[in-house]
Design a protein around this ligand. Structure first.
Ligand code: SF4
Length: 305
């Protein structure tokens, strides 16, 4: 499948979850992808990172979830000892694999006050950080009920605005946020935007099914190819409807879209951030690849969404 993806023009491989590190052969997958020419990235909760670090020598960037700067993270995640696992896992990964690391902090009503301390922690560790928010109104059929746990944890519109305003201040104060200033400012000002995300990423499940960005089933690769999917009316309809969607409050989706549109001010920020990301000064491996994510990318949810 990776060969087909490469031949169809994709150049980044993003292992997603569930938790990719539960797969025994995850290191071999990453190595194969990198040798094939992909930029290799992964989202992980960090619980197995220390033990698997040696096998991840070919992982370019690890996005590691950490929701608090103290062991309160364990309570949020419901796993005792996870804070220590994450910190130790990151140290080990940087030490033996040399991967670049980005902390991913999901902000909810449980940890709203942790934004600045998390930025300070990232700076101290010499890694970058990206923030998500839990929103009560996300319309994926999960969170529109007061009975939903996400409804309780999600940020109200006023809190969401405060979330973006705080991130903008942290960015301007020089903390190593992945979000660009333009993306954050436009969120604060409530500007509409054109979503280009589906032109850049496809979600592929382990059973070779393609899903759209809102996890609707799109195509079966067992009976076709990436190129056939990209040429299909279904794909074209999806990218057309996405342009006016504006549903995601995730900063990364807007960030990727601005990158796709080559917005000049955003590009300058991205160039600076890429330098910060790819020169984390980690031992074990130099910057042997040119930085930057070349779309489209294969996103591999190791367990399908
Ligand atoms: S904003 Fe973009 S990525 Fe988010 S659901 Fe809409 S089309 Fe998909």
């Amino acid at each position: 499948m990776l060969d087909e993806a490469y031949d169809a023009g994709m150049r980044a491989y993003y292992l997603f979850g569930g938790e990719p590190l539960v797969r025994k052969d995850v290191g071999a997958l990453v190595t194969y992808a990198r040798r094939r020419g992909f930029l290799t990235t992964m989202n992980t909760n960090g619980s197995l990172l220390a033990g698997k670090a040696k096998s991840l020598r070919d992982l370019d960037v690890a996005f590691v979830s950490l929701d608090h700067h103290t062991a309160y993270h364990d309570e949020i995640r419901g796993r005792k000892g996870n804070f220590d696992e994450v910190i130790h896992g990151i140290e080990r990964l940087r030490d033996v694999a040399g991967s670049r690391v980005v902390l991913v902090t999901t902000i909810s009503t449980l940890n709203f006050d942790a934004m600045e301390p998390m930025a300070r922690l990232a700076k101290r560790m010499g890694v970058m950080i990206s923030y998500n928010s839990v929103e009560p109104t996300l319309d994926f059929g999960l969170t529109d009920s007061e009975d939903s746990p996400n409804f309780q944890l999600g940020l109200s519109p006023a809190k969401l605005r405060e979330f973006y305003t705080t991130l903008l201040r942290l960015k301007q104060d020089g903390y190593p946020l992945m979000e660009t200033e333009q993306v954050l400012r436009d969120f604060v000002e409530g500007r509409p935007w054109r979503c280009e995300f589906p032109k850049m990423f496809v979600y592929v499940s382990p059973d070779k099914k393609i899903y759209s960005c809102d996890y609707a089933y799109g195509y079966d690769l067992k009976h076709g190819s990436f190129e056939e999917y990209f040429a299909s009316p279904k794909f074209r309809a999806h990218i057309r409807s996405a342009e006016a969607c504006n549903r995601c409050v995730r900063t990364c989706v807007r960030g990727y879209s601005y990158a796709y549109d080559l917005k000049p001010r955003n590009l300058v920020s991205l160039a600076i951030d890429a330098r910060t990301l790819f020169h984390q000064g980690v031992p074990g491996r130099g910057s042997s690849r040119s930085p930057g994510v070349s779309p489209p990318a294969v996103v591999d949810p190791m367990t399908a969404h």
